[in-house]
Design a protein around this ligand. Structure first.
Ligand code: GDP
Length: 451
């Protein structure tokens, strides 16, 4: 994400490298490039002007720290000022539970109202939030208040089905305000403690839309109104945000499609122009592709410095420590089998798509942009299919797998016998390598994936 901006900024900083002293001319030259990069990323003009002025003031006013190159100093200032621009005093950086004020509603149900233009990602977000809340032990209800698009109710029902959350919908003769009100009533009666209102959008902000939303707000008194903004729309997002914010008591933004945003302008401008926090970011179409917005991480991503923090956090959440310790013991002794292998692969999968993982690594994001990620994903899927076609006994004792068993497994997995041979050879090599390593001093980590 934000590859284009990251690349330009890195070029700007590259010109500063090697210089031992920071002259005003150096700073000006670098900041000119930073300015261009930000404008090209569709960051609001006033925001850019302000930003550059602050960085320059600091760059000229502070001495270069010992051990740092001038370029690093400027990157440091740019980074810090970007964090300042992206963050505010509110809820940013808190866990997802706190990013939305669920604890606040003293009388359940908590009402969350989602609004935004058509296609911004409201319905998808409704599903993501419902899934997340359910995981936290909440009983959410999705309410289909978008009666503009005929397919919208159906779409929410599909999403509700995916995340196994009930959907309240009334299509015949009701107004959106009535549906919203009845949904809240329904939740009360059925002990559902969060109501997520999926409202209508238009292609452009218009009066009728705003009046409808204002009526829903007045009637249901939401605990939180989240404005959903498509990150790909750049500065347009700022205009949309301003108009919604003027009409409704918006509590914060959700920036969607950050996974596809090549420019990053919306993220930087919205906060500064509208003065409300970005609370959550959507990073994909799947129901778990939702993250809390962290200004410092977003700043690192925009600057192309990677996001080691997020990576570590994801890894920690996914890999159960006890399991990992057991696995390590097995690995060390070269005793692991295909069952272990499968569970390892499952853990890796829980970390998310490979592409997203790699993009979080510093310096890797920009280099790997042309890689076809479907290839390693397919390889992993193939290996999984093969192992799943083995019997439990075969998984535990791969040496049992003779010629006829290989044929059977190949047929089961839809691959050739050669591919089975290949996997078995690699597996055996891996085991041998592990044994060799553990008899020496080397501490093996995860073995390489065969295939
Ligand atoms: P709505 O009209 O505001 O309800 O928007 P939808 O929820 O129908 O989303 C419009 C399109 O954007 C759909 O194709 C979604 O799958 C897609 N979408 C939503 N959120 C994200 C996201 O975070 N990343 C990506 N890549 N696509 C998203």
């Amino acid at each position: 994400m934000f590859e284009a901006l990251a690349e330009k900024l890195q070029n700007a900083f590259a010109k500063l490298r090697g210089n031992q002293k920071l002259t005003e001319a150096d700073v000006d030259a670098a900041l000119r490039e930073v300015r261009m990069a930000l404008l090209e990323a569709d960051v609001n003009f006033k925001v850019v002007k302000n930003f550059i002025a602050r960085v320059k003031e600091r760059a000229m006013g502070e001495n270069i720290l010992e051990g740092l190159q001038p370029a690093h100093m400027v990157i440091k200032f740019v980074h810090e000022e970007m964090i300042a621009t992206l963050s505010g005093t509110d809820a940013e950086g808190k866990p997802l539970t706190e990013a939305i004020p669920l604890a606040m509603a003293s009388k359940p149900p908590t009402v969350l109202m989602l609004c935004g233009l058509q296609g911004a990602g409201k319905t998808t977000l409704a599903g993501k939030l419902a899934a997340h809340l359910k995981k936290l032990g909440r009983q959410p209800l999705l309410a289909a208040c978008d009666l503009q698009r005929p397919a919208a109710v159906k779409q929410l029902e599909v999403v509700g089905g995916q995340v196994k959350v009930p959907v309240f919908s009334q299509t015949t003769g009701k107004t959106p305000v009535q549906v919203a009100t009845e949904a809240v009533e329904f939740a009360k009666q059925n002990r559902l403690d969060v109501v997520i209102l999926d409202t209508a959008g238009r292609l452009h902000v218009d009066e009728a839309l705003m009046e409808e939303l204002q009526a829903i707000q007045a009637q249901t008194q939401p605990d939180e109104i989240l404005l959903v903004l498509d990150a790909m729309t750049g500065q347009d997002a700022v205009n949309v945000a301003t108009q919604f914010n003027d009409a409704l008591s918006v509590g914060g933004f959700v920036l969607t499609k950050v996974d596809g945003d090549a420019r990053g302008g919306a993220a930087i401008s919205v906060r500064a122009v509208v003065g409300k926090p970005i609370k959550l970011v959507g990073i994909g179409e799947k129901m778990d592709a939702l993250e809390v917005f962290h200004p410092e991480r977003m700043a690192s991503r925009i600057l192309g410095m990677g996001d080691v923090l997020t990576l570590i956090e994801k890894a920690e959440a996914a890999v159960d420590e006890k399991q990992a310790a057991e696995m390590e013991k097995k690995l060390r002794g070269g005793k692991f089998d295909f069952e272990d292998f499968l569970s390892m692969q499952q853990q890796m999968k829980r970390l998310g798509p490979l592409e997203q993982l790699f993009k979080l690594l510093p310096g890797v994001g920009t280099q790997l942009k042309d890689v076809d990620w479907s290839v390693p994903e397919k390889e992993m899927a193939k290996v999984e299919a093969i192992i799943r076609s083995m019997t439990a006994k075969e998984r535990r004792s791969p040496e049992l797998i003779n010629g006829s068993r290989r044929k059977r497994i190949a047929t089961g997995a839809g691959v050739s016998v050669q591919e089975i041979n290949q996997l078995l050879n690699q597996f055996e090599q891996m085991r041998r390598m592990m044994r060799a390593m553990s008899s020496g001093k080397g501490m093996p980590g995860m073995p390489p994936m065969p295939g």
